[in-house]
Write a new protein. Structure first.
Length: 393
């Protein structure tokens, strides 16, 4: 495949797409096995969630620093290091003698997983521009969506056999690190450019960059998009079970289905871009997400027609995701690409963390019907803000 820097092998593209998929294995793979893991370590049910939250905490804390290293020491070293940390810590959890050590290893693993998507996005941004970059960002977004659909099913299947098998899957990161070493070349521009820049001067440059309105607003796009995603992931299963009487299996199929539609639309990002600019695509995507949420309270009880909400949501997600992935890569200064993209991904984790808390608090005074409508309103308001020139997004 031809790039701005010459020929890029299809194997290298595959490795980057796999990195994106591995980057969402931190929670989705482990979540179905939480009860089994909790039972194995003899911990109460209310502590099982720590296995997930300690990982997201590590990711949110470490991403800005990972971004600095991506820009200072290079994409290749950081990519290999993150893959090795992810794989090694994941395998080590199998031998953890107690729950405290398990949580410590999950924290370390979270640091490794956190860097995978930013490195993949940065390398693609280094090699490609224009429609080819958008196409590959669509493929990356699609691979992340597909992984988000398949990985929980894999985790659930492995948990029925043994919880240790869940963490054995992370060992494939080590194999991917070996492939990364031999196949992916260093793509950092100006190899000696920022290497001698002090962390203080670098932070100052980054802070100045984040003051740029377009870059600041793309961070808000990331926060809101993943706030909306986790509103669905967190509260949809309970809604389907209590209100519609659907079994847990249907909840899994529903979440997997929206991810599949998201992946399909993301893979067609360049086709959509032929007809709509980034602002129009983003607006339409958020409107569709709003429609998906807003329709949830109005479907007849026990009707499988509710599936249309997931399909509409997935289509909207598949339009927005590659658009904002591509835009943050295009807007980032070359010497700060890794850091800007890392902060972009940090905002994803912030949105994912804030959503259950905010909606959970709202449920103290209202119900899920009203909460879903509120989330739908948030999405359509952001769509209007995106499209109206008065806001200058």
């Amino acid at each position: 495949m031809r790039s701005d820097r010459g020929y890029v092998s299809k194997l290298m593209i595959l490795i980057l797409l796999l990195m994106g998929a591995f980057g969402v294995m931190g929670g989705g793979l482990v979540a179905p096995g939480l009860p089994t893991i909790g039972a194995a370590f003899g911990i109460p049910e209310e502590q099982e969630g720590l296995i997930l939250s300690i990982y997201t905490l590590a990711a949110a804390i470490s991403l800005p620093l990972i971004g600095y290293f991506i820009d200072s020491i290079g994409r290749k070293k950081v990519g290999i290091t993150c893959l090795l940390i992810d794989g090694s810590a994941g395998l080590a959890i199998i031998f953890a003698p107690n729950f405290s050590l398990l949580l410590f290893l999950r924290f370390i693993q979270g640091i490794g997983i956190a860097g995978l998507v930013p490195v993949a996005m940065t390398v693609i941004g280094d090699h490609f521009s224009g429609k080819k970059q958008l196409q590959l960002m669509g493929y990356l977004s699609g691979s992340i969506s597909l992984a988000a659909a398949v990985i929980p099913l894999l985790g659930g299947a492995l948990a029925t056999i043994s919880w240790e098998l869940i963490f054995a899957v992370y060992g494939f990161s080590i194999f991917l690190a070996i492939l990364f070493y031999f196949v992916v070349s260093e793509s950092k521009p100006n190899p000696n450019g920022s290497k001698n820049e002090s962390p203080t001067a670098y932070a100052s440059s980054l802070f100045s960059t984040l003051k740029i309105r377009k870059i600041r607003n793309i961070m808000i796009h990331s926060f809101i998009l993943y706030f909306l995603l986790y509103a669905l992931v967190t509260f949809l299963p309970g809604f389907l079970e209590r209100v519609h009487g659907f079994p847990e299996l249907f909840s899994g199929i529903a979440l997997a289905g929206q991810a599949v539609f998201s992946a399909i639309l993301a893979s067609r990002a360049t086709f959509i871009a032929d007809y709509l600019n980034w602002r129009e695509r983003t607006t339409i995507g958020f409107v569709l997400i709003s429609l998906g949420f807003s329709m949830l309270p109005y479907w007849p009880e026990g009707s499988y027609l509710i599936s249309f909400s997931f399909i509409i949501y997935g289509i909207g997600m598949g339009i927005v995701s590659p658009t904002i992935y591509n835009r943050v890569t295009r807007l980032s200064p070359s010497e700060l690409t890794g850091s800007v993209i890392s902060i972009f991904n940090t905002m994803k984790y912030v949105g994912m963390t804030a959503s259950p808390i905010v909606i959970g608090l709202s449920l103290m005074v209202t119900d899920l019907d009203f909460a879903f409508l509120g989330v739908g309103i948030l999405s359509v308001v952001w769509a209007l803000i995106t499209i109206l020139p008065a806001f200058k997004l």
